[in-house]
Ligand binder design. Structure first.
Ligand code: PLP
Length: 466
């Protein structure tokens, strides 16, 4: 760190922040007696706070975003050059980086064809929801309008995406929610008893978990269900990898009942799960909509994309004399050129530096390290993940799987922070069971970085649980 904040600047920034910034997610009462963390610099896997304390960032900007790491000059330079040439024009017209990035992205997504630019994951999801609703009107007299979402999945913070929210704590007190969204059960093998499928395992469990979706479709009436929206690997709901056979069966069900499949790649997208660009590509899924945001430009500029097939696009390519039949939608900042410029460099970095492969190798190392901790720490009930996208579920008892108290999870996260490693926690806090430690280091992580992260977790677990 080059020490850019002197004492005066520091107290001014902290005072301004405490007086005027409404931070996301966190409660503010604690800031009456302590200062918020202000991150002032980042390089590679590391960030520095206002006191100059160095951290390994094991969660890529707290929310699985900065996939290529901090301080990438070539991204900053490309965005700078583009902004000086042409910063913005509404996406009703085109832009050079918008066109070129769309072409590159579609090259990585066989079967997909069209990119709709927006500026957040929530918004990208809403665009897909709107298309589903419009298709219902165009093709099915408005009937096939329901959108199914899964327990424990998250699709955003806007009213419609919250209505498709499988995490109750994010939804409570924000109702009434939008109608036409219907929940289906989760597919988490570790907690299969909750699904009444405790007697099944492996592929049998995966197929049975998918069949629970079919039950909901039949209950609602297939003629009313337009789409199914799922995360390929659930993120904030506790890092849930799908069981064997699940996706195959989900696709059969969608096909059988003529239901569009919307894959939310906001977290998995652009390399996070290793080997492939997208999570869905591990499971042979053929989606109708794919939404992405966080890793698309690693946070260097705001960009999100709703990607769909030529078949869907064709449904909206109607006679210009009909003024209501096309997709009548706009996203102002979907026209910013900084996003696709950053995204192009981000993708080039991942390719040139072999980061999809590194993510797989380092992900396996991290999974192995965390699994090894299970031998030592009885409190670890389950370790799961794909690529550099991992979760560790903490339980009081391996047989009952009762989650540890949330205060203990906070203590583990806090102790890792004190050791200079930022990790996350997720799952669901209603009831009180935010008991999954989350890890999503940048795809550039080295073996030393991974070992340093898991060593810190080991020490923190010993400190908190003995
Ligand atoms: N979808 C998933 C799976 C997410 O994890 C998130 C955010 O964490 C979103 C959608 C919403 O994205 P945004 O916060 O950019 O609106």
């Amino acid at each position: 760190m080059d020490g850019t904040l002197n004492e005066n600047d520091l107290s001014r920034v902290v005072a301004a922040d405490k007086a005027h910034v409404w931070h996301h997610l966190v409660q503010h009462k604690p800031f009456e007696t302590s200062d918020p963390r202000i991150i002032i610099e980042g390089k590679g896997m590391r960030v520095w706070d206002q006191y100059g304390k160095e951290y390994i960032d094991a969660v890529s900007g707290a929310v699985w975003t900065v996939n290529v790491g901090y301080g990438r000059e070539r991204i900053a330079n490309a965005v700078h050059a583009q902004l000086m040439k042409m910063c913005y024009f509404a996406q009703a017209a085109g832009s050079i980086p918008g066109a070129i990035f769309a072409e590159k992205l579609i090259e990585k997504m066989p079967g997909m064809s069209r990119v709709y630019y927006t500026n957040s994951g929530s918004e990208a999801n809403e665009k897909a929801f709107k298309m589903v609703r419009q298709i219902a009107h165009k093709k099915y007299g408005g009937k096939k309008h329901k959108i199914l979402f899964r327990d424990r999945d998250y699709h955003g913070g806007t009213l419609a995406t919250m209505s498709a929210g499988g995490q109750d704590e994010r939804v409570k007190q924000y109702g009434p929610l939008a109608p036409g969204f219907v929940r289906v059960p989760h597919c988490m093998e570790y907690r299969k008893e909750e699904l009444g499928l405790g007697h099944l395992s492996g592929r049998d469990f995966g197929i049975a978990a998918a069949n629970l979706i079919e039950e909901v479709i039949l209950r609602e009436g297939p003629e009313t269900v337009g789409a199914l929206c799922l995360e390929p690997v659930t993120a904030g709901g506790g890092v849930i990898t799908p069981p064997e056979g699940y996706w195959e069966r989900v696709q059969e069900i969608c096909k059988q009942y003529d239901i569009l499949l919307h894959i939310d790649e906001v977290v998995c997208g652009i390399g996070r799960t290793g080997t492939h660009w997208f999570g869905y590509q591990h499971y042979g899924i053929k989606p109708d909509f794919v939404t992405m945001a966080k890793g698309v430009a690693s946070g260097y500029a705001a960009i999100a994309c709703m990607v769909t097939t030529e078949e869907v696009f064709e449904m909206f390519k109607t006679d210009p004399s009909d003024k209501l039949d096309h997709f009548r939608d706009i996203s102002t900042f979907g026209g910013c050129t900084g996003g696709p410029s950053a995204a192009l460099e981000n993708m080039a970095i991942i390719e040139e530096e072999g980061l999809l492969e590194n993510c797989t190798v380092m992900g396996e190392r991290m999974l192995g390290n965390l699994q090894a901790l299970m031998e030592k720490h009885e409190v670890i009930g389950d370790v799961r993940g794909k690529g550099l996208f991992l979760g560790v579920e903490l339980v009081k008892d391996r047989d009952t799987k009762e989650p540890v108290d949330e205060k203990d999870v906070v203590a583990v996260v806090g102790d890792c922070g004190a050791q200079g490693v930022i990790i996350g926690a997720a799952n669901r806090s209603i009831p009180d069971r935010n008991n999954v430690l989350c890890f999503s280091p940048a795809l550039i992580a080295t073996a030393e970085d991974i070992d340093a992260i898991t060593d810190a977790v080991d020490k923190a677990l010993t400190k908190v649980f003995g």
